[in-house]
Design a protein around this ligand. Structure first.
Ligand code: BGC
Length: 255
């Protein structure tokens, strides 16, 4: 067990990549706080699966676009499990709009859920790590689109690009206090965010042809990278991004 006696929070933890992260962290012995905004039943099922396998988890409803809700996740972790060691800022959405099509509401929503949540999630977790002593790690789930334009999904790219500099700057600021900050940047993953693409055979083929490893990722393949980053094996990683994309960013096929 690589995470025995550790406590983790995973935002957006009841579906997609977040759910896979919750499962792998719990399997490795971490006590996990699963944040969710919708589908309480899915959260309850996940908690049940983990506890019946001998693990520890609780579900907490919190809207991570509000810093006060993020603080309540941290308070719940400390209250239930005594401390916080791993903060995974995973919650994210996208609205497929180009620059010209974008409106203020959609822009604000994407920035709040994808970017502001990671900013304050990193800040509030770091304050907790520093107050309790012993360091800690923040894992921000960004995307290949922290670095790679996706026409028609511009607000998402702007938010993920912001996350890129959040991680680099916060990692530099917090290194001396023993706090690491790392991005894990998935490519295309079989999750609800990609349902439309994956259900359209033509779009799916175009996407998979562009991926050197030939397939869309299973969420567990992202979860395993998060485990590496969050565990002792990743102890020298900070202020950087680990891309987990099957090679798509380097592919000359393009989308
Ligand atoms: C986006 C997907 C996209 C994938 C690969 C992800 O971050 O959420 O919509 O298919 O990147 O481009």
């Amino acid at each position: 067990m690589q995470l025995k006696d550790k406590t983790a929070i995973v935002t957006g933890g009841n579906s997609g990549i977040g759910e896979a992260i919750v499962k792998v962290l719990a399997r490795e012995g971490a006590s996990v706080v699963i944040d969710y905004v919708a589908r309480p039943d899915d959260t309850a099922d996940l908690v049940k699966d983990i506890t019946s396998a001998g693990g520890k988890a609780i579900g907490v409803e919190a809207d991570v676009s509000k810093p006060s809700d993020i603080q309540s996740l941290i308070d719940a972790a400390v209250r239930e499990f005594g401390r916080l060691d791993i903060m995974v800022n995973n919650a994210g959405i996208e609205k497929r709009h180009s620059l010209i099509e974008s409106d203020e509401d959609a822009f604000d929503t994407v920035m709040a859920v994808d970017m502001k949540s990671a900013f304050f999630g990193t800040q509030l977790a770091a304050k907790q790590f520093i107050a309790q002593g012993g360091g800690g790690v923040v894992v921000n789930i960004s995307s290949v689109h922290e670095d790679w334009p996706m026409p028609g999904n511009i607000a998402y790219c702007v938010a993920k690009g912001g996350m890129r500099m959040l991680t680099r700057t916060a990692g530099v600021e917090l290194g001396p206090q023993g706090v690491r900050v790392v991005n894990v940047a998935p490519g295309a993953v079989a999750t609800p965010i990609n349902t439309q693409t994956l259900n359209d055979p033509e779009q799916r083929k175009k996407l998979e042809d562009a991926i050197p490893l030939g397939k869309v990722a299973d969420p567990s393949e992202i979860g395993d990278a998060v485990l590496f980053v969050a565990s002792d094996a990743g102890r020298y990683l900070t202020a950087t991004t680990v891309f987990v994309d099957g090679g798509i960013m380097q592919s000359s096929v393009g989308l």
